[in-house]
Design a protein around this ligand. Structure first.
Ligand SMILES: [Zn+2]
Length: 197
């Protein structure tokens, strides 16, 4: 059945979905009520049409400026730099941070040929340069793996002299990990225990 094979192929492109799971999902769609399938399709369509990147922090947002960047109760003089939009949710869950974010959308990896121009470094520098009031601290919360470390060191070099404090989360974060997968207690401690670099 061509249409079924096509669905299985499409599902296999989803992150973390193997061949067996793709087949199970496809079988589920075959059995599911029409309304449920339509709801999923509409949700995907709306995300594609309605979600863009915040003009300031580049997190996902349905408006030009996201709710966090527009929130006057947050500390806009502290920027926490993360690799991916999902990392924000992980940090928010810790309750240990009330500043604003900057999403790089990736990391610098000379091994894989990804330089600073492929991630939102230029945007970060422009944002810091034009910040009013000035940025007091930049927290580098890139992943604790080789690429994340490379990115943090690169940014620390660039930012020294531009902002008073450049810090790196570290304490309790396992090396080789992914911010997204670290439990909130550990991540909360690592934010509090950040060190100047
Ligand atoms: Zn924003």
């Amino acid at each position: 059945m061509q249409s079924l094979e096509r669905l299985v192929r499409a599902l296999r492109r989803l992150p973390g979905v193997g061949p067996r799971q793709a087949e199970r999902f496809a079988a589920y769609f075959l059995r599911a009520p029409q309304g449920e399938v339509e709801e999923l399709l509409t949700a995907v369509e709306q995300v594609k049409d309605g979600v863009k990147l915040c003009r300031i922090c580049h997190a996902y947002s349905e408006s030009e400026v996201c709710a966090r960047c527009a929130d006057p109760d947050r500390d806009h003089s502290v920027i926490c730099v993360v690799e991916d939009p999902q990392d924000i949710e992980a940090i928010e869950k810790t309750g240990a941070f009330n500043g604003v974010y900057h999403v790089l959308h990736g990391s610098i990896s000379p091994m894989e040929g990804r330089g600073a121009e492929q991630v939102k470094v230029k945007e970060l520098l422009a944002r810091i340069e034009s910040a009013n009031p000035p940025i007091e601290e930049v927290i580098l919360a890139t992943d604790p793996d080789a690429e994340g470390e490379t990115t943090a060191l690169y940014l620390a070099d660039l930012l020294r002299g531009m902002v008073a404090r450049v810090t790196r989360i570290g304490y309790g974060v396992p090396l080789g990990g992914d911010i997204d997968y670290i439990d909130e207690m550990t991540l909360g401690y690592s934010l509090k225990g950040r060190t100047k670099i």
